[in-house]
Design a protein around this ligand. Structure first.
Ligand SMILES: [Zn+2]
Ligand SMILES: [Zn+2]
Length: 165
């Protein structure tokens, strides 16, 4: 699995999503196309609010309801992955519309796609082991991202400096 999305992949994702939305009879306004573009090209797994912020910059008349509706339809069509959290918030991945593992920072909520091999083998093994017909999977890892660790270290060093001086 390659985590770098080439521009060509992104263009293909955009075309595919627009095609599916059109099939569903959705009117493809520039705002909706902007939502699709962000979902296909973003690596940061944006929330609806984050997508709205970005679309709103170019199209100030956009309503958050438009963003919600477009995102919900793409999710129902299986064109984007929804990552739900216990607090009720959701993040979306439109660049990889198939199940893949995620690493989530519990502090700043950074979400990253790790480059892992063997996840498909694991899904197959689970199927064999349990007799389930595995249709999808969700594999999340939680922890502190590098930036948050650095901030902790700096804060710690500052405190050390104060007690020493
Ligand atoms: Zn973090
Ligand atoms: Zn992802």
């Amino acid at each position: 699995m390659n985590k770098d999305h080439s521009p060509q992949d992104a263009e293909q994702r955009i075309e595919q999503m627009i095609h599916r939305l059109r099939e569903r009879g959705l009117r493809l306004t520039p705002q909706r196309i902007a939502v699709v573009r962000i979902l296909a090209t973003s690596d940061e797994h944006p929330s609806v609010e984050r997508i709205y912020e970005q679309v709103h910059r170019d199209f100030p008349t956009t309503s958050i309801a438009t963003v919600y509706k477009t995102v919900a339809l793409l999710r129902d069509l299986g064109e984007i992955i929804e990552l739900g959290f216990p607090d009720g918030s959701n993040r979306y991945d439109g660049s990889k519309p198939y199940p893949h593992p995620h690493v989530i920072c519990t502090r700043c909520r950074t979400v990253v796609d790790p480059d892992l091999n063997g996840v498909q083998d694991l899904a197959r093994e689970v199927g064999v082991e349990t007799g389930f017909l595995i249709t999808t999977h969700r594999l999340d890892f939680f922890g502190l991202c590098r930036a948050c660790q650095e901030r902790d270290k700096e804060r710690h060093e500052e405190r050390q400096g104060k007690t020493a001086g």
